[in-house]
Design a protein around this ligand. Structure first.
Ligand code: ZN
Ligand code: ZN
Length: 613
């Protein structure tokens, strides 16, 4: 899609309107001296409402144009207006995207955030960050040149195939239309990939094989059994052979690349290094600290948690190992106690039901201890994960998308049907009696689900689409500690020990990501750290290593958000003394939606202190 002239003109007009509204806020000199104050206030209010209106118009227009530029991303968030379009990632498209980001940033910067409401101001900073981040990724990170896994058409086709947002025949027609550009898409991809890394090439190889399956099996079967016309089916089979050839060609190309990269000594490192890492951290996480500062904090936090775990394990030792000598290595002792208490777990057939039963207990605790306002409007629906969403075992919150706000929030729990006895036992030991409680706090109450209920009240499209991951994950991690500190579980040492093991994973995620991407940590060093210092299972550690080679920075979001929220709370406690109120803090904090923690801090700190004097 190209930006047509009327749209460009419209944007220019919008920019001047914004500039004008800002300018009028300063022209107070023309007022009569007698009521200058009232006049000034009035003018200020007027200017503010004009600015707020201008901002709303800007963000609406920005998002619509964004979906035209990225119709696939739009489908992911449930916006289907441009579902038939598949842009070709060639130079022309890339230049268009960059120009769009620069133009939108200039338009945004013409708005003064100080004249906006708190809700809009936080949206303003989120958008500013997103636009700057987009420009940075295109011009500095340049992952389009080294990450072959960014090129994969399958995901969006899968959603169109499996989501009943319009009748099946219409979706199949959309799929046929959208397939037209597949050959050109993969040609452009190969041209862009001047410097791929080995792990990203291997990932793309694996995923592209899955893509081929989607077209040749799932889509082809649905087409064949549909009531589409003969012509439609004919067109489909033409496009299917062209698409298969294109994807096969890409697979072949990746295969050769992977072989060459394995042998090469000059292959591009998957590690992005310190400079790019700090910048990506700044954009993706939106912290008030540098990555290095938080890395140091994580390292000292790991030491503190180890000390706490040693104290608890020491105390529990005689209870479980009476008459047995304690291992000299303290970490080995901790591991022995953890392994022993992990046998306390539910039966595999009770897994889903026991999670279901725990939610009301958590809600009752939050209410009784007056921790956070609980809204009964939108109860959480605990269900077995639908078959088409299974893949990973476990439990997770499935929240409604930005364009489907009325939908239910589900707590998807996958039953252990696909495990053999040994796998089930190992899984149940990991998600044992103690850990399940912490998991439910994190995912449901008062973690992700509760945060979602609150953030829906200050809902904005901007936050639904660009919400800050560090805030969202940080909140869930923060609530684990907060609940235990408020007495959930009666300070049972087993629960605390399990909590620390779980928390250690969050801390270790940060340390690992930074150490691998910035300090060149090797695979064996990383595995050793996870297994011997964070008590993780080898399989889990292996998976984490892989994730840390394929993504950068994302693994730091949990610890960063958690640290900043906890610290903000402690600072407010200090500033308000015995007037501090935990429930007020939580409600106030959550009222800004999924904005970055430093923005929320800016918006609430003085207010909170002034109203708790
Ligand atoms: Zn067992
Ligand atoms: Zn989470």
């Amino acid at each position: 899609m190209t930006l047509n002239t009327p749209l460009k003109t419209k944007l220019k007009t919008l920019a001047s309107a914004i500039a004008l509204s800002i300018a009028t806020a300063g022209t107070l000199s023309a007022c009569q001296p007698s009521n200058i104050k009232a006049q000034a206030l009035n003018t200020q209010k007027q200017a503010d409402s004009i600015a707020n209106k201008a901002f709303s118009e800007f963000s609406e227009s920005f998002i619509d144009q964004l979906w035209q530029l990225y119709p696939g991303t739009a489908v992911y968030v449930g916006f289907y207006k441009y579902d038939n379009l598949l842009p070709i990632p060639n130079t022309e498209t890339q230049q268009k995207e960059l120009a769009f980001y620069k133009q939108q940033l200039a338009l945004l910067m013409a708005i003064n955030p100080d004249t906006l409401s708190a809700k809009n101001a936080s949206d303003f900073y989120i958008l500013k960050n997103d636009l700057e981040s987009g420009i940075w990724a295109m011009t500095k990170l340049k992952n389009a040149q080294w990450d072959p896994s960014t090129y994969n058409v399958a995901g969006v086709f899968g959603i169109i195939l499996n989501t009943p947002y319009k009748p099946l025949n219409n979706r199949l027609k959309t799929i046929i239309e959208r397939m037209e550009n597949i050959p050109a898409y993969y040609q452009a991809a190969q041209k862009n990939l001047t410097n791929p890394t080995l792990p990203h090439t291997q990932l793309a190889l694996q995923q592209s094989k899955g893509a081929l399956d989607l077209f040749e099996k799932s889509i082809a079967q649905k087409m064949a059994s549909s009531t589409l016309s003969k012509q439609d089916k004919q067109l489909f089979s033409q496009r299917l052979s062209a698409s298969s050839a294109a994807i096969n060609g890409y697979i072949h190309w990746l295969d050769k690349k992977a072989l060459a990269l394995e042998k090469s000594t000059a292959a591009k490192d998957f590690r992005i290094g310190k400079d790019l890492y700090e910048q990506k951290f700044k954009y993706d996480i939106f912290s008030s600290y540098t990555a290095e500062e938080l890395f140091n904090k994580a390292v000292s936090e790991k030491k503190r948690v180890h000390q706490e775990m040693i104290k608890i394990a020491d105390k529990l030792w005689p209870k479980y190992f009476k008459g047995t000598e304690k291992p000299a290595n303290k970490l080995v002792m901790i591991k022995a106690v953890i392994d022993h208490i992990s046998v306390n777990h539910v039966k595999r057939d009770n897994f889903v039901d026991s999670i279901k039963a725990q939610i009301p207990e958590l809600e009752a605790f939050v209410l009784k201890h007056d921790l956070i306002t609980m809204d009964k409007d939108k109860p959480l629906v605990v269900r077995e994960t639908p078959l088409y969403q299974r893949g990973f075992a476990g439990a997770s919150i499935n929240s409604p998308g930005p364009y489907d706000a009325a939908a239910n929030t589900y707590y998807n729990v996958t039953p252990l049907d696909n495990f053999n006895d040994q796998q089930a036992e190992s899984y149940l030991r990991e998600y044992n009696h103690w850990l399940l409680q912490i998991l439910n706090i994190h995912e449901a109450v008062p973690g992700h689900y509760t945060q979602l209920v609150h953030s829906n009240k200050s809902k904005s499209l901007v936050k639904s689409i660009f919400g800050n991951g560090a805030m969202v994950e940080g909140w869930a991690v923060y609530t684990e500690r907060m609940m235990l500190e408020e007495g959930y579980g009666d300070n049972e040492p087993e629960l605390w020990l399990t909590y620390y093991k779980w928390n250690l994973r969050t801390i270790m995620n940060f340390i690992l990501d930074y150490s691998i991407q910035v300090n060149g940590l090797t695979e064996s060093e990383a595995l050793d750290m996870m297994v011997n210092q964070a008590f993780q299972e080898p399989a889990e550690a292996q998976g984490k290593w892989r994730r840390a080679t394929l993504s950068q920075v994302q693994l730091t979001s949990y610890f960063t958000g958690y640290s900043e929220i906890y610290q903000l709370r402690e600072e407010l406690k200090k500033a308000t003394g015995d007037k501090f109120n935990l429930k007020d803090f939580h409600d106030h904090f959550l009222s800004f939606g999924s904005a970055p923690v430093p923005i929320i801090k800016d918006l609430m700190f003085d207010d909170y202190v002034n109203s708790h004097k």
